[in-house]
Write a protein that binds this ligand. Structure first.
Ligand SMILES: N[C@@H](CCC(=O)N[C@@H](CS)C(=O)NCC(=O)O)C(=O)O
Length: 280
């Protein structure tokens, strides 16, 4: 029987688990948890994860939560069928994997997560991003990436010259971060950029990110758009389809929507349903 992952394929922490399962060639089922309906706070899910968060993970009688702990478990359970992601046969290498997993969780994630949240999630829900918070975290992330640039000038991957869970754990937030206007933080650091290109082109990673579309954050909600219910729906779907097909530059899309807004082509308020689960 395959293992079960409770969560959403689009959620960053769930994607950390899914990408590890994909790397290891494991069979698994994703059991969707309906955030909009508050399912993650209901007793059935609290029994899986007492913090009312996703992911949760089930393997027979074993129930786990915390994505990094689950990913480690997956790497150990399927170690004969996939890459050696933890290097537990070598004391020094496994220590380096642990070290860079800690760096991801304690340095990288606290800086990158607020940027992603502010730039993508808040506007999608109709809110206004906190630019001060973004700026502070962009600066923090820049300093972390300077350390990465230095590290990657000496080794191909973070823990050494081998791909490990420490690299893979960076996937979910970095994937979404690349759809923010601050992706240039990677462009300006050639070794970090090459490392990300390598990581993001792995087949298991591509399969995981295929279920994490960034075009859903297209910027029709990044300005206080006023729309007529009928016209915006068609317009949003139209741009969404263009996004999907051509993966066009989001700043162009942003400009296009702002232009439409100021040209007064959009004029009544966004229906609240669309803010919750709109096509963009
Ligand atoms: N440290 C946890 C964080 C889990 C987490 O923050 N999950 C988010 C989705 S990515 C969530 O469930 N948020 C809903 C909430 O906190 O109420 C992990 O790595 O699994």
């Amino acid at each position: 029987m395959g293992v079960k992952v409770y969560g959403s394929t689009m959620s960053t922490c769930t994607a950390r688990v899914i990408s590890t399962l994909e790397e290891m060639g494991a069979e698994y089922d994703v059991v969707p948890i309906d955030f909009a309906a508050g399912e993650h706070k209901q007793p059935a899910h609290l029994a899986r994860n007492p913090f009312g968060q996703v992911p949760a993970f089930e393997d027979g009688d074993l129930m786990l939560f915390e994505s990094r702990a689950i990913a480690r478990y997956v790497a150990r359970k399927y170690k004969s069928s996939g890459p050696d992601l933890l290097r537990e046969g070598n004391l020094g290498e496994s220590a380096m994997v642990d070290l860079w997993l800690e760096v991801e969780s304690q340095q990288y994630n606290p800086a990158i997560a607020p940027i992603v949240y502010q730039c993508l999630m808040i506007p999608m829900r109709g809110g206004v991003a906190d630019q001060k918070l973004i700026d502070a975290n962009v600066e923090k992330l820049g300093k972390v990436l300077d350390v990465y640039e230095d590290r990657l000038s000496r080794t191909k991957y973070l823990a050494g010259d081998f791909f490990s869970l420490a690299d893979l754990s960076h996937l979910p937030y970095t994937h979404y971060f690349m759809a923010t206007p601050y992706a240039s933080l990677f462009e300006s650091r050639p070794r970090v950029k090459a490392w990300w290109e390598d990581l993001s082109s792995r087949p298991a990673v591509r399969k995981t990110t295929a279920a994490m579309p960034t075009s859903r954050f297209c910027s029709c909600f990044s300005v206080p758009v006023l729309v007529s219910p009928g016209s915006i729906e068609g317009l949003c779907w139209f741009f969404q389809i263009i996004c999907w097909i051509y993966e066009i530059n989001r700043s162009f899309l942003n400009a296009a929507f702002k232009l439409l807004f100021f040209a007064n082509l959009i004029y009544v308020c966004v229906p609240s349903e669309m803010l919750k689960q709109g096509p963009c």
